[in-house]
Design a protein around this ligand. Structure first.
Ligand SMILES: NC(=O)c1ccc[n+]([C@@H]2O[C@H](COP(=O)([O-])OP(=O)(O)OC[C@H]3O[C@@H](n4cnc5c(N)ncnc54)[C@H](OP(=O)(O)O)[C@@H]3O)[C@@H](O)[C@H]2O)c1
Length: 267
């Protein structure tokens, strides 16, 4: 069931100074994302949660989803303290009906979407093509590729001129890592999807960002390389800041592709 916080949309952010309250332009320049509506998928942990936190600091109202309901409740409680409205909806992005219900909840609560961040994703244990079970392959493709398509196509009617869609891909969208065939294929496919979407939406004034992080210190690594050197990875907060900076650009400009990597390179 969808949960929402009680702060009304019209309520001013506690960060606003009286001066900013009078001079709307100052607010726009300082907090260009303030009162924008952002839908972020996969926000119960990791990069998605870090992006939700960073957007809340910017004053964005949030619609958040994931499958883990108790984590979603915790995230709702945490981010509502930022004086932004937070709608959390349990949703499995692999499930078309689930996704439609989630977008319906967003439409009822907010009416439109200014920012869509397709972030939900999974990895799989390091297995060669001859070892990888088809069930594993299907789950990764359904989540990382089809899930991105389902959420985007359901959300598009709510997305208008000036909005931004940021798809969290990976450097695995452009290069391959042996033992990660389903992950690599899902991300290569998601880059093709993202680039196509950008051209389809260009005339409508909707920008599409292909976001390609390198190794980021999240639970994802427990799945395919538990011993990976965490100290060399980028933090999810840093990755989130890079996305938010890209989202802040004015409507006439865009970063079409954004890579952020550990300074030491790939692991
Ligand atoms: N960590 C990295 O090094 C790295 C690098 C490049 C790109 N990425 C990408 O960043 C994204 C987030 O990964 P992460 O590293 O933050 O991993 P994570 O910590 O495991 O977080 C994954 C998030 O996705 C959600 N999710 C997974 N399957 C879902 C589904 N079927 N429906 C809805 N939500 C789902 C999870 O929530 P629930 O379990 O509650 O559903 C969780 O909130 C992924 O797309 C990943 O490929 C990660």
């Amino acid at each position: 069931m969808a949960r929402k916080s009680s702060t009304p949309l019209s309520k001013k952010s506690s960060r606003q100074t009286p001066d900013e309250g009078v001079r709307g332009y100052t607010i726009k320049v300082k907090y260009p994302l303030q009162r924008k509506i952002a839908l972020v998928t996969g926000t119960t942990q990791g990069i998605g949660l870090a992006i939700a936190r960073a957007l809340a600091i910017e004053g964005c109202h949030l619609a958040l989803c994931g499958r883990n309901e108790s984590r979603l409740r915790q995230v709702q409680t945490e981010l509502s303290r930022r004086k932004v409205r937070v709608l959390t909806v349990p949703c499995d992005v692999r499930d078309e009906q689930n996704v439609e219900e989630m977008v319906t909840a967003v439409r009822r609560e907010f009416g439109h979407i200014d920012i869509l961040v397709n972030n939900a994703g999974i990895a799989h244990p390091n297995q060669t093509v001859s070892q990888l079970p088809v069930k594993q392959w299907n789950e990764v493709i359904a989540t990382n590729l089809t899930g991105m398509f389902l959420v985007t196509s359901a959300a598009l009617p709510l997305i208008k001129r000036g909005a931004v869609i940021a798809n969290n891909l990976s450097i695995a969208a452009k290069r391959v890592f042996p033992g990660s065939s389903a992950y690599n294929a899902s991300k290569h496919g998601a880059l093709g999807f993202t680039n196509t979407l950008r051209e389809e939406l260009r005339d409508r004034g909707i920008r599409v960002i292909a976001f390609l992080p390198g190794a980021t210190d999240t639970a994802l690594w427990d799945v395919f390389w538990p011993e990976a050197p965490r100290n060399k990875m980028v933090s999810p907060a840093t990755v989130a800041q890079a996305v938010v900076n890209a989202l802040k650009l004015p409507a006439e400009s865009t970063i079409e592709e954004l890579s952020i990597l550990p300074a030491s390179g790939t692991l």
